[in-house]
Design a protein around this ligand. Structure first.
Ligand SMILES: [Fe+2]
Length: 210
């Protein structure tokens, strides 16, 4: 019988983030972070419901003899595509929440990488900030592990993660829901607060073994 790998039921990491953000992160208030985590939970719920629906339907279709072509099959497989789009948004939010914590200075391997690619940490932050100011979706800092090159990649799409052959190290959410509650229209203030609150120890854990 033909088989298709089932869509995963994704784990909910919101408790971890809620605990971390009890007192907010600098000027990013705990109230807006809690609301943001609830949006993440909604995405998870949507993805997990869709996974159950698609797994059930595709499983039934594959075990039917003979397998019939029908418009419903198209529908089920477009659900599979939609699930991966949600997965991208969920992973980006997890990266965003995990990279915030005001936790120490930038040192070691991550510092060396940033300096060899951008000459200084300040230049890296400026590059990320300029791109973020003109973006309405996300900016990801990604590492091409075959060359050691780092890029800050802007996208107006919400679901473009991940990139072929690259590891995302940092994700900056630029949707209005991320900054308007605390910063109103001051997007630059929000970006600066984010850059000041980066948890470098946590970000270093996203480096692949090189
Ligand atoms: Fe968001």
């Amino acid at each position: 019988m033909a088989e298709l790998i089932s869509l995963k039921i994704l784990p909910d990491k919101s408790e971890l983030f809620l605990k971390k953000f009890e007192n907010g992160i600098g000027k990013i208030s705990s109230k807006s972070l809690v609301n943001h985590i609830n949006l993440y939970k909604n995405l998870l719920e949507e993805a997990n419901n869709l996974a159950k629906e698609c797994n059930e339907y595709v499983g039934r279709w594959l075990s039917s003899q003979p397998m019939e072509e029908s418009p419903k099959n198209e529908l089920a497989f477009s659900g599979v595509g939609q699930w991966y789009s949600l997965y991208g948004r969920i992973k980006s939010h997890e990266l965003y929440f995990s990279s915030l914590n005001k936790n120490g200075s930038c040192e070691g391997k991550i510092k060396d990488l940033l300096e060899s690619n951008f000459k200084s940490i300040e230049n890296f932050k400026l590059d990320l900030k300029l791109k973020a100011l003109h973006t309405s979706g996300w900016v990801w800092t990604v590492l091409d592990h075959s060359t050691g090159e780092l890029f800050n990649i802007p996208s107006n799409r919400e679901d473009a993660f991940p990139f072929a052959g690259m590891n995302a190290l940092i994700a900056l959410d630029l949707a209005e829901h991320a900054y308007e509650p605390d910063f109103n229209q001051d997007k630059e203030g929000y970006i600066e607060e984010f850059l000041n609150a980066l948890d470098w120890q946590e970000i270093e854990k996203n480096l692949p073994l090189m």
